[in-house]
Unconditional design. Structure first.
Length: 57
């Protein structure tokens, strides 16, 4: 199981970009995907790979 992931790693950013439209449609609000380093919010420090910090404003 690990070997295929090493050959073709999953991009976290690509995964969330692919889910963006679904999330916007599901919740009926605009969804913005921002990397933690560029978020400028204190909660961004809690984000981990595949475990995002979700902000609702």
């Amino acid at each position: 199981m690990v070997e295929p992931l090493l050959k073709d790693p999953i991009s976290v950013q690509d995964m969330f970009d692919a889910a963006k439209e679904f999330l916007a449609q599901e919740f009926g609000v605009p969804v913005h995907i921002v990397e933690a380093e560029g978020a400028g919010h204190t909660k961004a420090a809690t984000a981990l790979p595949f475990k995002p910090a979700i902000m609702i404003e």
